[in-house]
Design a protein around this ligand. Structure first.
Ligand SMILES: [Zn+2]
Length: 349
């Protein structure tokens, strides 16, 4: 038995974060994942929402397991073209304007043309505006400066840019010699990379899973309803693999796997949480139990939509989530190890 190569997972993660995929515009990244799985000779199918489901048959085909991670990310959409030729944004997902101030972005028109720009406070220039520091970071004060010679609404329209065009943020992905990965969208592409690597490993080692196991790559998590459908009636356990939330008072860190006991939706299934914890202990995997105060997952969305399942949530610890995210290779490794043992473990029946 050998665990997945974490450096390989990190390279895959870098590829994934570099493909723009704000919720609502995820076809390109889903196609990437689909092709990755095709190469592994894993059959996939898409649901109508645009998510992807891969199934590995197991010894027990009557009781299924489902694991999910999401490829959609935070992003924005063009709300308005200003008379100045700048763009007003509407945000996709839960975050504040201050976390995208100064960020490079890409605007994709409905015909597929791409333009670059920078998200700025209208009053950014300190040589002109007195209140640059104090002005509120909000929809009215922040705008996109296009890297095009545009000075009017008509100039912008002539490029093909229109209200409704998707805007994605530059992930600025970097890895450091000390093992950190700094990037936007580690939530939740770190988990997607881990799951893909896990599937690859199961195939490569010819592991017979105890139960038929579905992997749902969801594409609407950031807006609340990614993984709440396409759950087979046979599914007993449903585990969301998503980021562990860090901050004051949190036990989650960038080095261990975070096992969520409760988030804003309430406690996760007690027995499954205990099982995951025991697997971590038995296999000497660094873990932390934690509560995420302002958080919901695809697993809680599945419960809320009426599925009678045993639900759980684990993930790598992500610092400064939904903003300037960072994690460490160790956390990715520990999460991968726990998942490796989990998919081969006995179910709670
Ligand atoms: Zn997430």
């Amino acid at each position: 038995m050998a665990y997945a190569n974490t450096d390989e997972t990190v390279s895959l993660l870098k590829e994934l974060v570099s493909i723009p995929s704000p919720s609502g515009n995820t076809n390109e990244v889903i196609t990437y994942v689909e092709n990755y799985l095709k190469e592994l000779q894993v059959e996939t199918k898409r649901n109508r929402k645009g998510g992807l489901i891969a199934t590995l048959p197991g010894k027990d085909q009557k009781n299924h397991r489902m694991l999910t991670a999401h490829v959609d990310t935070l992003g924005a959409i063009v709300k308005e073209i200003k008379p100045s030729g700048r763009l007003k944004l509407d945000l996709i997902g839960g975050f504040k304007y201050n976390s995208i101030e100064g960020e490079y972005c890409e605007i994709e028109t409905s015909s597929g043309k791409k333009f670059t720009g920078t998200i700025l406070m209208h009053q950014t220039s300190v040589h002109v505006y007195k209140d640059a520091g104090k002005a509120e970071r909000n929809q009215d004060n922040m705008e996109v400066r296009l890297d095009e010679k545009v000075h009017s609404v008509d100039d912008v329209r002539a490029l093909g840019i229109a209200v409704g065009d998707f805007v994605s943020f530059d992930p600025r992905v970097q890895t450091t010699p000390s093992g950190y990965i700094k990037s936007r969208h580690l939530d939740d592409k770190a988990s997607v990379a881990i799951l893909l690597q896990l599937i690859k490993q199961v195939k490569a080692e010819n592991i017979e899973l105890p139960y038929t196991t579905h992997f749902l790559i969801s594409n609407n998590e950031e807006i609340g309803y990614g993984g709440n459908s396409n759950i087979t009636p046979e599914t007993v356990e449903y585990l969301a693999v998503d980021m562990g939330a860090m901050g004051d008072g949190q036990s989650t860190d960038e080095y261990t796997v975070s096992i969520c006991v409760k988030d804003a939706s309430g406690p996760y299934h007690y027995e499954l949480r205990k099982r995951l914890t025991q697997l971590a202990i038995d296999n000497e995997i660094g873990y932390k139990l934690d509560i995420y105060p302002y958080y919901g997952s695809d697993a809680s969305a599945a419960i809320r939509s009426g599925h009678d399942i045993i639900h759980g949530l684990i993930g790598s610890g992500i610092d400064s989530s939904h903003a300037f995210e960072r994690t460490h290779k160790d956390s990715i490794e520990n999460t991968a190890k726990l998942l490796y043992h989990y998919v081969q473990s006995e179910m709670i029946l």
